[in-house]
Design a protein around this ligand. Sequence first.
Ligand code: GUN
Length: 292
Amino acid sequence: MQLLDGKLLSAQIKLEIAAQVAQIRETGGKIPHLVAILVGTKGASETYVASKMKSCEEVGMASTLIRFEPDVSEDELLAKVREVNNNPDMDGLIVQLPLPDHINPDRIMETIDPAKGVDGFHPINIGRMAKGLPAYVSATPQGVLEMIKRYDIKTAGKHCVVVGRSQIVGLPMSILMQRNTYPGNCTVTLTHSRTQHLADICRSADILIAALGRPEFITADMVKDGAVVIDVGLERVPDASKKSGFALKGDVKFDEVAPKASFITPVPGGVGLMTICSLMQNTLKAARGEVY
Ligand code: GUN
């Protein structure tokens, strides 16, 4: 069993990005600038956005965090999105999800200029990704691809089972893994909460990607010997022994699944760290005008 070490990879990737940003700086080019909009101060979102902003700083990129109270109107938020769209100094824009119930996330995502939509959530980016055209790819699936590539995991002809059909992870992951490229060329099964015989299907996976958001759902009996297991889950589970009062768990019961896997991601220290790297990579591409 080999660990897919997100900590190690993300540190390497950040160094690579930092070197590229330094080169832009030396040659007087446009310093990449990421803007994040955060509505309210819900625990996990606050942490994620803080970590995105900190990563920008680490690699030498510019970043701006725009905050709104949870009762901000949809119109006010849309106006801010349009303002960022029109600001040539701002290269990438993310609006952290989830948003309060009175705001339609699709309207927000569709208003972000696709050329600045470094989260890859705009329908144009999703459509271009599906067609294999240059596009911003959703950060977590892109991070998973990067891991597969850097560990040289073979994918052609393999059965890839994706558990979970979220717009952010499961759905794009399934599209990416079936594309005629590397990583890709898998036979993909996309499973979800209504899937019958889920354990049987998971057991037939050469590559199992768990992205359903249920702590330790994937148990050893659901995993084939030698499978590649990628855990996209990250949930807070109450744990009185921790100072914070919670422990972070993935969707895979790591201790019992790891001995059966050929490769497996730990949680934390796996896919999560790769996600932020993808966002930095996309922001760099945005500043260079490499996608649009
Ligand atoms: N909420 C959970 N994941 C993400 C993400 O990748 N981007 C944004 N904007 N919100 C999220």
